[in-house]
Design a binder for this molecule. Sequence first.
Ligand code: ADP
Ligand code: SF4
Length: 682
Amino acid sequence: MTRDPRFDVLFEPIRIGPVTAKNRFYQVPHCNGMGSARANALVRLREIKAEGGWGVVCTEETSIEPDVDISPSVGLQLWDDGDLPLAAAIAAGIHRHGALAGVELMHYGPVAANRDSRGITMGPSCLPFPSRLDPIQPRAIDRADLRAIRESHRRAAKLAQRAGFDIIYVAAVHDATLPMHFLSRRHNDRSDEYGGPLENRVRLLRELIEDTKDAVGDRSAVAVRLAVDELLGPSGISCDGEGRDIVAMLAELPDLWDVNLSNWANDSQSSRFADEGFQEPYVRFVKSLTSKPVVGVGLFTSPDAMVSQIRRGVLDLIGAARPSIADPFLPRKIAEGRLDDIRECIGCNICVAAHRSSVSLRCTQNPTAGEEWRRDWHPEIIRRDSKGTVLIVGGGPTGLECALTLGRRGFDVTLAEASDEVGGRVTREARLPGLARWSRVRDYRLSQIRQQPNVAVYPSSTIDADYVLEAAPERVVIATGARWRRDGLGRSLRVAPPVSPGARILTPDDIFSGAIVTSPVVIYDDDHYYLGGVLAEKFRSEGHVTILVTPEAAPSAWTAWTLELGAIERRLKFLGIIIHRRHQLSSIADDSVRVTDLTTAREFALQAATTVLVTARVPRVELYATLDAIPEENRPFKSITRAGDCNAPGTIAAAVYAGHRVARELATAPYPALRERIRLER
Ligand code: ADP
Ligand code: SF4
């Protein structure tokens, strides 16, 4: 296949100071939970992006000195010569495929609690940082500190250049870097030439750009990553206020402007709250103030949307973090006219959650993310090494991914799904408010399966043990999912609450099947991820009086990891949903529920015509159990494996991963996972 000429503009080379990117696809800096702690994995992750066609591939945040330590979060370091081998390996891997290598140098300022290094935290002012609860205050930076910080940045820039990096960043982003803290009136109350009017507050950023240019000469480009809007209105940096003024003041100084929103939750909004191109209104002014190339992000997965950004003069380079994780080969697929093969990011932020919990990157759409080195999984290449027949029962994310991957390995695969639509929980949940893009998990896999003559999908096909014994496939994979509990057991309740016989109790499965809800509806959310909150949103928008009860301190509490918690709370509040935090379900009567305040132990009643229990799931394991109980000598099949939610209920990402792993390892010795080993210094 060949490239559609309307996308040619995306493949034009772009000059960035002294270097030239081969195209406009720019993988912006993004964290990944690997850093120097998982060095081999990191090198492979970045190399594969370059192989996938990105013109520029950047590192994650890279600290410039030991005392800007944000442990337990993991990142890269460029402190001294000892950091060169890893940095050089990353740059070399990127160069091997003709991409430019970028490095995001970072001083975290007052965000660095220095929990591990035990250094002194420093910031523009001696004010505790709002979003960090560590009981510390930064020392207000003095002149000697400033000289030392500038020297560290200069040294790190030189190291980066020696390691082979082509683009070296000064970062003022995410409300998490020192130059941004100096820019901000909220964090900077200094009275010297670095505080007060914006001309003063911008001084450190200007100096760091000049220092970096001076340090790297004319061999590497110097990029500035700037948050042009904090979505805080007049009290913060904004695109029609100081964000614009900062760009105007420094317009021609850097070789590239990488612009976005702050804080990270605003920058990496999930698809529940943001559409493709959502940052355009905030960043579009930048190009009118500078002749330098501008890169920006916004969940870009569609080449038409990318071309539109270029043609309309919004951006010069299409930045991507999440879309490059979901599909490291996105540029190549556009180049080769294989648009149907693009594995589009669904905007769920599971990748963000992995980094924030300091574990290797993972992705709902791309099960190989984070496993490129550890399990030697390539996102596009699977050895065609097998034959034989496999029956997969269940067409949810587990079954679909398993079928796709087994098909690629050469098996003759039959996938049977009981419902008239495949997709399992993805199909059901994507109908809920804000989750439509999750259907991409199903659609990508179905479109790939259709290209494989050796994989047949049969909807409306309920499989029982007799069928399996009669069909006698060589191998059986059970991916029958899980059902929601109806008895209230979950994280907080280990004994089922008393229920009166006339009570109307529904589970999420009932709602998916079209059960009617009557007002007032009480949701007891003991699951704590998105579903309780999304159902509340659905019921409220249908006009029901909606009450959400949660034993946690916040609704959908786990979404703190995916950076969605603030937006979810805001939405539930605006919709008028009544929330009882830190409350536990005690009993369910015909027209009410009793709940207990976990702080005071006080019990009281809430009116409830319908009670929806979002607590825990039970694996649908009956078919597996029946088949597995057959003595080995009587089985017509060689193996039976269960995977996904019917094995252990979890996230959609876990289901896709499970399906992929079973498929990679079926009828073969399991891949030994490689381990990162720390070398002892003495
Ligand atoms: P997972 O996340 O593990 O893929 P899902 O619940 O999303 O789990 O999907 C499981 C799918 O299996 C559902 O679509 C369900 O209809 C299907 N299923 C369950 N039991 C059977 C069966 N006996 N025969 C065919 N399909 C089944
Ligand atoms: Fe996109 Fe979700 Fe994958 Fe992150 S985890 S890259 S948001 S699909």
